[in-house]
Ligand binder design. Structure first.
Ligand code: SF4
Length: 266
C-alpha cells in the first residue's frame, strides 16, 4: 500500500472500524439484533407524529426524563391547542403513560411571552433553556419556509434533510435524526446515552468514540431497513436490562458476544 493510500485509510475512522469488526468480530451487529429481537420482539416503524411535533418533543426530551418531557409536551399542546392533528395523537411513552395530545398551534407557541412558555413546559425540566430554544427553532423554520410544516423534508435524501435541519441553530445531529427516523422512516441512527453505553459494552463502538462519531460508526454497520429496529431495541435494552449500574447480564441474550463480561468475547 502506498503512503497516500495508508493516510487515506487512517483518515476515515468509520470505514476502518467497520472493516475491523468485520474481520475480528464478524456478524456482531447481526447477532446483537437477533438477540434483542428474542428479548423484545421486532418493532415496526409507524409514523405517530408530524415532524414539527416530533421536533419539539425531542427538544423537550433533551437531558430530561422522558416521563417529564411527555408531560411538558402534553401541557404545551393543551395550552396552545392545534387545529389539525398531525398524527394518531397517542403513543405509549418510554417513561410514563405516554403522550395524549396531538400537536399545538405552533404560531402561538413561537409568539408566546417567554415567561408563559417557560411556565407551561416547566414539568419537563430545564424550561428556561428549552423555551427560548423552541421559540428560536420555530421562528427560524417560519423564516425559511413561511410556515411551520416540515413535510417537505420527505422529498429530500436523508443526508440533505439532515443537513437542512442541523443548519438551524439549536438542532443537533441526534435531534434531527430522531425527527427524520420517526416521522419519515429515514435510515438515520440517533444515538442517545443508552445506545452509546450498550454499544460500547458489547464492542459495537470503540470505547473512546464520541457521541457524535457514534452515529456514523453504528449506521455504517446497519442495513437501512434495520436502523429503526436497532435504535428502538438498543434503547429498550439499555432501559430494561443493560442498566448503567448493575446490568442484568445473567438474563441477557447478548452475553456470549459481550465484551463487558468477557473482554475476549468473539
Ligand atoms: S451482557 Fe450485560 S453488559 Fe453485555 S449487553 Fe448484556 S446486559 Fe449489557
Amino acid at each position: 500500500m502506498t503512503v497516500t493510500k495508508r493516510r487515506r485509510a487512517k483518515a476515515d475512522p468509520v470505514t476502518a472500524w467497520h472493516r475491523r469488526l468485520k474481520r475480528y468480530r464478524p456478524s456482531l451487529m447481526a447477532d446483537t439484533l437477533a438477540a434483542l429481537e428474542t428479548m423484545y420482539g421486532r418493532p415496526e416503524w409507524q409514523r405517530v407524529y408530524d415532524p414539527t411535533s416530533e421536533l419539539i418533543l425531542t427538544i423537550l426530551s433533551a437531558n430530561s426524563a422522558d416521563i417529564n418531557a411527555e408531560k411538558a409536551f402534553d401541557a404545551l399542546c393543551r395550552h396552545w391547542p392545534g387545529t389539525a392533528a398531525g398524527g394518531s395523537g397517542y403513543r405509549s411513552g418510554w417513561g410514563g403513560v405516554g403522550i395524549t395530545e396531538s400537536g399545538a398551534d405552533w404560531a402561538a407557541v413561537a409568539g408566546a411571552p417567554l415567561d408563559e412558555l417557560i411556565d407551561v413546559i416547566r414539568p419537563g425540566g430545564l424550561a428556561p433553556t428549552k423555551a427560548p430554544r423552541i421559540q428560536a427553532v420555530l421562528r427560524k423554520i417560519l423564516d425559511e419556509r413561511g410556515d411551520f410544516a416540515l413535510e417537505f423534508l420527505a422529498d429530500m435524501s436523508p443526508q440533505e434533510a439532515l443537513a437542512w435541519l442541523t443548519a438551524i441553530p439549536g438542532i443537533g445531529r441526534k435531534t434531527a435524526s430522531v425527527v427524520l427516523l420517526f416521522s419519515f422512516g429515514m435510515p438515520l441512527m440517533p444515538v442517545d446515552r443508552h445506545i452509546e453505553r450498550v454499544s460500547k459494552r458489547i464492542g459495537l463502538l470503540p470505547p473512546k468514540a464520541t457521541a457524535e462519531q457514534a452515529h456514523d460508526l453504528l449506521q455504517a454497520q446497519l442495513e437501512p431497513a434495520r436502523v429503526h429496529e436497532a435504535h428502538v431495541n438498543l434503547i429498550t435494552h439499555g432501559r430494561q436490562t443493560c442498566h448503567a449500574l448493575r446490568p442484568e447480564c445473567l438474563r441477557c441474550e447478548i452475553a456470549p458476544r459481550c465484551r463487558y463480561i468477557n473482554p475476549k468475547a468473539p
